[in-house]
Ligand binder design. Structure first.
Ligand code: AMP
Length: 307
């Protein structure tokens, strides 16, 4: 099988200046797998939920050809719950609640058919679990990409650093890169993260795009300027899903192809923010993705050769 994702499958409650939701489906693993599914139809998902998690949500993942055999359902336990509030400036978010629930004692079981996966995406969750998934693969994946967040830097930095040392690519947002390295300059931060292990570093800058560093090269992709951003939740995960999904589809892990993968991630993320939660990323078509790819081309094209 080609692509395996591990990450939270969760309930989220979100508040933005445009509205508020009750508990809806969320989680890093959910966004990543949904986004990747448009590029790589054979996506596996490893996670854990409680018995309060609706079967319809699992069915919805299966309708996107996401294999959910790796999702454990824990009887008598509750699903991971996260709640966040966005300020008028949607780049600023406050986490109101993080309840680990069934994630707390999660011991990931990697189904046999996932064990020789070529592409492994470690979505945001406990760094120890991310590491266990790497260790439980029988064949070393061709590429391991990881995402993380400040919560794990604040609660288990040493474990996080060990996991970072085992991956090829890390995708991290600007503030988190600064927190992790103590460097304000993105170039210095990326250098310090390279020293920790990952050969490639992607720094996400929210509404201002993403920068890929690796092999001494740099590539910068914009985010699509949008008049209305309804809900940025999961944008980083959707980006990561598009990135790894595209690499898994094309099977080329050169820096040049990673540039295309960054664009695939940016295109997918530009849809995700248009509606609350996973609603937009659940309902996309390849034609819509291709139309937006053309918009991205237009946005970044210039033909000056010299002054
Ligand atoms: P993002 O907006 O890309 O940071 O991702 C938001 C998603 O991450 C939400 O759907 C949450 O359920 C999930 N999430 C929030 N906090 C954590 C955490 N500490 N570990 C794993 N997933 C989380």
């Amino acid at each position: 099988m080609s692509l395996t994702v591990v990450g939270t499958v969760a309930f989220d409650a979100i508040e933005t200046p445009y509205g508020k939701t009750d508990k809806i489906i969320g989680g890093a693993g959910t966004y990543i797998a949904l986004s990747a599914s448009y590029f790589e139809p054979r996506t596996n998902l490893i996670s854990v939920v409680g018995d309060d998690f609706p079967k319809e949500y699992l069915q919805m993942l299966n309708e996107h050809h996401i294999d959910t055999e790796g999702i454990q359902i824990k009887e008598g336990e509750k699903t991971f719950f996260w709640s966040g509030k966005y300020m008028e400036n949607m780049n600023v978010r406050e986490t109101l609640v993080t309840e680990l629930n069934s994630l707390e004692k999660f011991d990931p079981v990697v189904p046999k058919k996932y064990k020789n996966t070529e592409f492994l995406m470690l979505g945001n969750l406990t760094p120890i679990i991310q590491r266990q998934v790497i260790e439980r693969m029988t064949v070393k994946p061709k590429l391991i990409v990881m995402d993380t967040m400040n919560f794990w830097m604040n609660t288990m930095l040493d474990e996080l650093i060990k996991t970072i040392g085992m991956v090829d690519v890390i995708s991290i947002n600007e503030e988190e890169a600064e927190q992790l390295t103590g460097k304000h300059s993105l170039i210095k931060a990326a250098k310090k993260i390279h020293e920790m292990g990952p050969k490639y570093v992607i720094i996400k800058k929210g509404a201002h795009g993403a920068i890929l560093f690796g092999e001494g090269k740099v590539f910068s992709a914009p985010a699509l300027p949008l008049e209305f951003v309804f809900d940025p939740t999961g944008a980083g995960d959707t980006f990561a899903g598009g990135f790894i999904g595209y690499l898994s589809k094309t099977k080329d892990i050169s820096f040049n192809n990673m540039k295309n993968a960054v664009i695939a991630g940016s295109v997918a993320a530009s849809f995700n923010v248009e509606k609350f939660g996973t609603e937009r990323i659940q309902n996309l078509s390849i034609d819509q993705l291709n139309e937006r790819l053309a918009v991205f081309r237009e946005l970044t094209f210039f033909d000056i050769k010299s002054f």
